[in-house]
Design a binder for this molecule. Structure first.
Ligand code: ADP
Length: 746
């Protein structure tokens, strides 16, 4: 082994509680390392495998991490290891690593595992000195591996770590929880029962809070913010009782595992059940979700986020100098970031300490502003009835409509807008069928309970269509705005909705009725809207695609087959690229890149060579409008013909299943967050003589507003997509993961 090779060996392990998405991270570490010409090992069974050595530390090649992306848990195993807590155990671990020339470690685990890794790194020189003394290794070997470099990725479903907005597994856990609570709601509603549901989170209320928002549940108890009154039981019962009186058929209380009252006394589900039965006489059932939350196939987000983190872990190790502080690779503001590892561990511990010391405000501050904001929003959404309007307060009349193609989450956004608007004392008018409803005057006031149950429901209860107003439509719209005295307009929708809102803004000179605040909330599965990293519905569509491709791949296990899968997106390749990353597709065809005959020829050569060498399955994903001439069917026919007897080729056009289904937790949360801000905007602007017209979005995790007049400047009108698309930067990583060997130039 040459000195150069020796210093470049990397090992990856998963430790502590398993989390869905760990496999994606391991796969990315292995493939990135191989792409950089670095030897890479997987350590099986966490630190136990490191202490045991032997065949627990295995060299990996490209195919050793094939077919694992969609699997839950961790295929390389995880364990709690008492031996690694002792110096003796760590000495054996160091020896096992050194024997293979490994002095770079990617540790994927919780704060315990990362603390252990840091200690190991600090001790490393001493451990090597001891091994030299014992003549277990030579002095030269010790010198060659004088330093251990480590990076940490956080695998934890609780989302309880400082230094990353999301931990590996948290999004999948939210999927499991929302699926379970949605299912419980329907049975609860049938019998008018109350359910108390316990979700994981010992020191962190993330899962409880976000699942309460996502499922439209009625009460939540989290560790960071215990009920602020001693007699919280009465308050909870009052709200649930008012809900029943207002016509709610189900009542759901979500309790985080670590929930406690202000004095630190734990609040158990059984206690909540007892209170509800005794005080309300309700038939109450307890469901502890337990390990179901950890299980199952990772969500699209957990697959691609973990892939990005794994890639950056290797880059970080290869960039690191010996005395650099170890880094935690996380996701902040929708970008991969590196933060000093032990800083993150310490801050994570200090949140737990603050909770233990009953410093709840500070604990909430450390969770960050969006967590606090969502908790505030939740308190309004769970009310059974709105606060009565303040006497003398101006009551605005605000219109809300859904427009463009259907996008899951439209109902969630509408519900939040109605409830927040009404709670603030305003009148919300629902417009049916998009702008057509404004043309036709199909407008009705919406009450608090009219939107009950909408948080979780796919489709659009208000109705949506692609009608783009023109000519005399504007007169009709102006008349109906005046007749209904609409003083602000919220458009929840996609490309056509943005264009229509822009037209209203342009026509303000001709129609004074349009001189009202207007705001657009991005809702399109295509994610082709400016000013937002994600539009509501895109995450649901991505998960729908990923589930479908998983099934398609499974269907092919018995035959040698290549699939060409066509996904939606029009001219925007977001769904194609991200589903490629999340399903392990070998090739993605995007309109942004175009398709050339030369590229197709390379793909044919790649497939032929692959199937000749024993490959059994190929998946290529094509955005629907990637190229006018090289259609999905053309590519299928080309591959099929060239594949001859070696493999056969099928096309799968996924179609409308992508738009269907109930919204994903992320889409529900995002829809709620944005709708609240939209109502704030309309209310703030209503009194200005020259009110604003804007579109809203999430950029880098923050809510941002843009002037509608900037819309043309920010988009490529011909291809109906934003001029700047952040996710195009991820193509390089998708290429590394997709195929071994030289990569196409971008
Ligand atoms: P998590 O990583 O999910 O927080 P644990 O706290 O159980 O889970 O840690 C997983 C493993 O990491 C432990 O079983 C042990 O082997 C190792 N570990 C944790 N803390 C330390 C420590 N302070 N020193 C050495 N090893 C540790």
């Amino acid at each position: 082994m040459s000195a150069q090779n020796i210093t470049k060996s990397i090992a990856v392990l998963t430790s502590g509680g398993d989390a869905p998405g760990m496999n994606a991270a391991v796969r990315a570490v292995v493939r990135t390392a191989l792409d950089k010409g670095v030897e890479v090992y997987a350590i099986y069974e966490g630190y136990q495998g490191m202490v045991d050595g032997g065949d627990r530390i295995r060299k990996m090649d490209w195919d050793s991490v094939g077919g694992i992306l969609q699997r839950g848990g961790t295929v390389i195993g995880s364990a709690r290891c008492a031996a690694f807590r002792t110096r003796e155990g760590r000495l054996r671990a160091a020896h096992n690593l050194i024997k293979l020339g490994i002095d770079n470690l990617v540790v994927i685990g919780g704060d315990g595992s990362l603390t252990g890794a840091n200690l190991f790194r600090q001790e490393w020189p001493d451990l090597l000195a001891e091994l030299v003394n014992k003549k277990s290794i030579s002095k030269k070997t010790a010198e060659l591996h004088a330093d251990l470099r480590i990076v940490g990725l956080v695998g934890s479903i609780d989302n309880d770590m400082f230094g990353t907005d999301m931990t590996i597994g948290a999004d999948t856990a939210l999927h499991r929880i929302t699926e379970a609570i949605d299912a419980i709601s329907s049975t609860a509603a049938s019998h008018q029962r109350t359910f108390v549901v316990e979700v994981m989170g010992r020191n962190c209320g993330y899962l409880a809070l976000m699942s309460c928002i996502a499922t439209g549940a009625d009460w939540v108890l989290i560790p960071e913010s215990p009920p602020n009154v001693d007699d919280w039981e009465s308050k909870m019962c009052e709200v649930l009782k008012a809900g029943r009186t207002a016509g709610r058929r189900d009542s759901i209380v979500i309790v985080a595992e670590g929930a406690a009252d202000r004095h630190g006394n734990p609040i158990s589900c059984d206690y909540v059940k007892k209170v509800l039965e005794e005080r309300l006489g309700e038939d109450t059932r307890v469901t502890i979700l337990g390990h179901v939350q950890r299980g199952g196939s990772p969500s699209a987000y957990d697959r691609y986020m973990s892939t990005l983190l794994g890639e950056d872990a290797v880059e970080t190790l290869l960039d690191a100098k010996a005395d650099d502080e170890p880094q935690l690779i996380g996701m902040r503001q929708n970008r991969v970031t590196r933060t000093p590892l032990m800083d993150c561990v310490q801050k994570t511990h200090s949140i737990a300490d603050l909770i233990a010391a009953k410093e709840f405000d500070q604990a909430m501050d450390m969770r960050g502003s969006s967590f606090k904001e969502m908790f505030r929003t939740l308190r309004t959404l769970v009310r059974a009835l709105p606060h009565p309007p303040t006497p003398g307060q101006r009551r605005l009349r605000l219109g809300v409509l859904n427009c463009s193609a259907l996008s899951p989450g439209m109902n969630t956004a509408t519900r939040a807008a109605v409830r927040i608007g009404v709670d603030k004392g305003h009148i919300i008018l629902g417009v049916r069928n998009g702008f057509q409803g404004l043309v036709d005057g199909d407008i009705e006031e919406m009450g608090w309970m009219d939107v009950a149950g909408w948080a979780t429901r796919g489709g659009s209860e208000l109705g949506t269509n692609r009608h783009m107003p023109q000519g005399s439509d504007f007169y009709a719209i102006a008349r109906h705005i005046e007749e209904h005295q609409i003083e602000g307009l919220l458009m929840i929708g996609g490309w056509v909705g943005y264009q229509a809102a822009y037209q209203l803004f342009l026509q303000r000179r001709n129609f004074p009725a349009f001189n009202i605040p207007i705001i657009c909330l991005p809702a399109s599965i295509n994610n082709n809207l400016p000013g937002s990293d994600f539009s509501v519905g895109a995450d649901t569509a991505l998960n729908n695609i990923v589930e479908a491709v998983d099934k398609i791949k499974q269907s092919a296990v018995a035959s040698r087959r290549c699939f060409v899968v066509e996904v939606m997106g029009r001219y925007c390749g977001y769904l194609a690229l991200m589903s490629g990353l999340a399903t392990g597709a070998e090739r993605v065809y995007l309109h942004e890149e175009g398709i050339t005959l030369n590229a197709l020829k390379n793909d044919v050569d790649y497939l032929v060579k692959g199937f000749q060498e024993g490959k059994r399955l190929g998946v290529m994903i094509r955005c629907e409008n990637a190229n006018k001439f090289y259609t999905t069917d053309f590519i299928r026919a080309l591959f099929d013909e060239e594949g001859g007897d070696l493999f056969d080729v099928r096309q799968a056009i996924l179609g409308h299943l992508q738009q269907g289904g109930d919204p994903s937790p992320f889409d529900r949360i995002q829809a709620t967050r944005l709708a609240v801000k939209c109502i704030d905007f309309l209310v703030d602007q209503a009194d200005f003589p020259d009110p604003g017209a804007s579109f809203i979005g999430l950029q880098g995790g923050q809510v941002k507003l843009h002037d509608l007049q900037d819309l043309p400047r920010m988009v490529d009108a011909e291809f109906q997509r934003p001029k700047k698309q952040w996710w195009l930067d991820l193509r390089a990583i998708a290429n590394i993961m997709a195929q071994p060997g030289p990569k196409p130039r971008l």
